[in-house]
Ligand binder design. Sequence first.
Ligand code: GDP
Length: 426
Amino acid sequence: MFDAGTRTIVVVGAQWGDEGKGKLVDVLAERADWVVRYQGGANAGHTVHIGDESFVLHQIPSGILHPNVRCAIGNGVVLDPETLFTEIDELVADGIDVEGRLYVSDRAHLVLPYHKLVDSSSSASKAIGTTGRGIGPAYEDKVARRGVRVLDIRQGNHLQPIVEAAVAHANAQLAAFGCPDRASVEETMDLLDRLAPRLLPLAEDVGLALHRAQRKGTAILLEGAQGSLLDVDHGTYPFVTSSSTTSGGAATGAGISPRSIDRCLGVVKAYTTRVGHGPLPTEFQEPLQSHIRKLGNEFGATTGRPRRCGWFDSVVVRYAVRVNGLTDLAVTKLDVLDTLDELSVCTGYRVGSDLYTEFPGDLGALETAEPVYEVFQGWRKSTADARALGDLPTPARIYLDRIEALVEAPITYVSVGTRRDQIIGL
Ligand code: GDP
């Protein structure tokens, strides 16, 4: 996708996350100079398979697996320093050198142990089905202006009152939740003291570095986590994540101008999945549910939680095309559908006597929505070795053509397996 006129690309999930963004980012990173994460925390869990090895990265951009790529964690991310250091150590143990090419925004907020404690004791977190990694409470502190940013740890006396306010708030929450544990100012200050010598050398004004890189015509890839339907504004609120997962969030979360983004690639599965609670109008019934889950290995990379699966929902993806301004689509996991006799694509929702063809903001409507389907013939043939659209069986091409027309965005890539080379469109 990178060419003379396309220097900054954003990759977003266009469903509920886990669409296979990691693979697309990995493939595109081959031509990138920078790969930047712009939102979310250490709950993302991209899986990248290289040869026989598989890497699961929660905090570091997966572009790090390419030796000449510089990687940055943007200001929009909430950074878990302990996960960051564990990942750095694991990468180094696997022979991947990160020295001098991994940067952390000095404005990124830190996820600290008290955030995890609050997350795991909060009944609200359980109701949403969060990963319990403190991401939500860290974003809450950010918005409530009591967060600890990377740059705050440069000066101990400046840091102390920030930590005191944050710990007091966390302890009030823990008491309200009936949790006997308490956060401690002293322990938090000690932890930050221990982390500082390793974290501060990575700290950078990432927005400025990217701006300078853009002026030199550098190729920049902005890597989203989760999916558009989990965006705090545009997702199925309140069953959403705490950050802006859509392309608008890429600009704020990386610290660059929205006008500097040239193209926006939305990644979608050839069907639909979602983890945790909240509406999923096209959700399969058993036994199809377990069958597709097994075929697609639909278990979370971070938590191992089984994902809920359903038919491709064109209402959802057309909405994602609109809110992100998607210029391109990548359809992944087409191979997972290879053995089915018949497939369905949702084209609208029937709610009472109304037919919805645009995604509603009202959760009540979604909960009672009855999907309207178009049915397609299965191709019953392996697509794993297809490397050009012409290699795909005709019913698979009919399926993809119809998706393209329904969602109103061109399909630029089709992924047909976990390996780097199992892709059409390069
Ligand atoms: P991400 O968070 O969007 O990167 O998604 P995950 O990494 O959580 O999930 C994607 C999973 O699907 C990974 O295990 C990938 O290796 C796998 N995957 C990606 N593309 C394909 C594909 O085309 N076919 C199959 N079978 N698996 C794929």
